[in-house]
Unconditional design. Structure first.
Length: 402
């Protein structure tokens, strides 16, 4: 299995020479990366080797009866299959949105019709009040809860500190784990965790748009604790280093690993801060730090609960756009109507879709799958944390969340 894993890592590095977004993190042997850069393989060669490797692992025997060895083989098989699919895409193959998501992320979004979003919007109408365009009314409401630029670093760092404290009550982290924060612009995402190895990350926050107050704690949990930073640190410590499983020294973005990464990062927000604790923390700490009216916390988060259901709109917009059912401009207009985005935010979302395609499902479909898996196995908060930590530190794909 080790030889298969090594070949997989080398092939993933080769794919990265054709797709700059493919390798999200790598902390394996530096000479392998140098070799991939110095002697780039053509796509047909990579595809042929991927297909051969997939045949090889399908024929390979699981090395032991230990359940984690079975999970390893299942995970590596899915990762290799996803790499094969991505190379086919880079080679010009056309696949439907659902076919692509199944091959890359081991999951498919069932989709929601326009009537689903229309019902959510109708429930928002009386809550937002006023008259006229609902998207504009929501943006006007939301703008009252933006974090002033001069207070952004303080608010976000406070959120990070709180998320770290919560996580360390349940997760034994590497002693030297850490990260640094950068504020950037002109990106298609809101924030990003670049894992550097040795339990260190770079977290970047995009300042193209104002940060609404709830996003501070959300991003702190999602990108940091107990999200991406913790996930990568545990995989490195427990699998890449602890078991010498070389495949975990690389993280291909367009792979089943991403659904677990994004799903646990999204679920980790509510796990760390259950509803009442979240409201108390926002009211007592973050709202005052940002200079916002703490008396409106409940009002604001009630609206956000309704808005959350509109998050699936990115999946449906992406499916129809990438499958050729809607033009770019029609997709932007649809997002403005059904996700209550401003035109600029909708355009940014379309740029994200164009760059990352069916990756959009990893957030909400991933969260739903992770939530179902964990809450079936844990009824108390402590029990759910234990299942969550196990999920973060073992080789899992969507197919194993049963």
């Amino acid at each position: 299995m080790h030889q298969i894993a090594e070949t997989y890592v080398r092939l993933a590095l080769a794919v990265g020479q054709h797709d700059s977004n493919y390798v999200d993190a790598y902390y394996g042997p530096s000479d392998w990366q140098a070799e991939a850069q110095a002697q780039p393989l053509p796509l047909p060669t990579i595809l042929e080797r991927c297909q051969s490797l997939l045949e090889l692992i399908n024929e390979a025997q699981t090395p032991s009866s230990d359940p984690i060895d079975h999970l390893r083989k299942q995970s590596l098989t899915k990762q290799i299959a996803a790499m094969t699919s991505r190379v086919e895409h880079l080679s010009g193959a056309h696949k439907t949105f659902d076919q692509e998501s199944a091959e890359l992320y081991d999951a498919v979004d069932t989709g929601h019709g326009d009537e689903f979003y229309a019902e959510v919007l109708s429930n928002l109408e009386p809550v937002l009040g006023g008259s006229g365009d609902l998207a504009r009314r929501y943006e006007s409401f939301r703008s009252q809860f933006y974090v002033p630029k001069e207070k952004l670093e303080t608010v976000f760092q406070t959120a990070i500190d709180a998320a770290r404290e919560k996580t360390k009550q349940h997760v034994e982290m590497p002693l030297d784990e850490n990260f640094r924060i950068e504020y950037v612009s002109e990106q298609v995402w809101g924030a990003y965790n670049w894992y550097k190895g040795q339990a260190h990350s770079l977290i970047q926050v995009n300042t193209d748009f104002p940060l609404s107050i709830e996003r501070a704690l959300h991003l702190a949990c999602h990108e940091g604790y107990p999200g991406h930073h913790v996930y990568n640190a545990l995989l490195e410590r427990d699998l890449a280093r602890g078991r010498n499983w070389i495949e975990f020294t690389i993280y291909p973005l367009f792979s089943p690993q991403s659904l677990i990464a994004e799903g646990t990062a999204e679920y980790g927000v509510d796990l760390s801060f259950p509803k009442q604790e979240r409201l108390d923390f926002e009211k007592q700490i973050l709202f005052p730090l940002a200079g916002l009216d703490s008396s409106r916390v409940e009002e604001y988060f009630y609206v956000l609960e309704l808005i959350d259901k509109l998050g699936y709109s990115s999946n449906d917009a992406a499916r129809r756009y990438l499958d050729g059912e809607r033009s770019r401009s029609e997709t932007i207009d649809w997002l403005v109507t059904y996700s209550l985005s401003t035109p600029k935010r909708a355009e940014q979302r379309v740029r994200f879709i164009e760059q990352n395609r069916s990756y959009v499902i990893t957030y909400n479909v991933g969260r739903d799958m992770v939530q179902s898996y964990i809450e079936k196995r844990g009824s108390t908060l402590d029990e759910r944390w234990k299942v969550f930590v196990d999920l973060l530190s073992t080789p899992r794909v969507a197919s194993s969340l049963v």
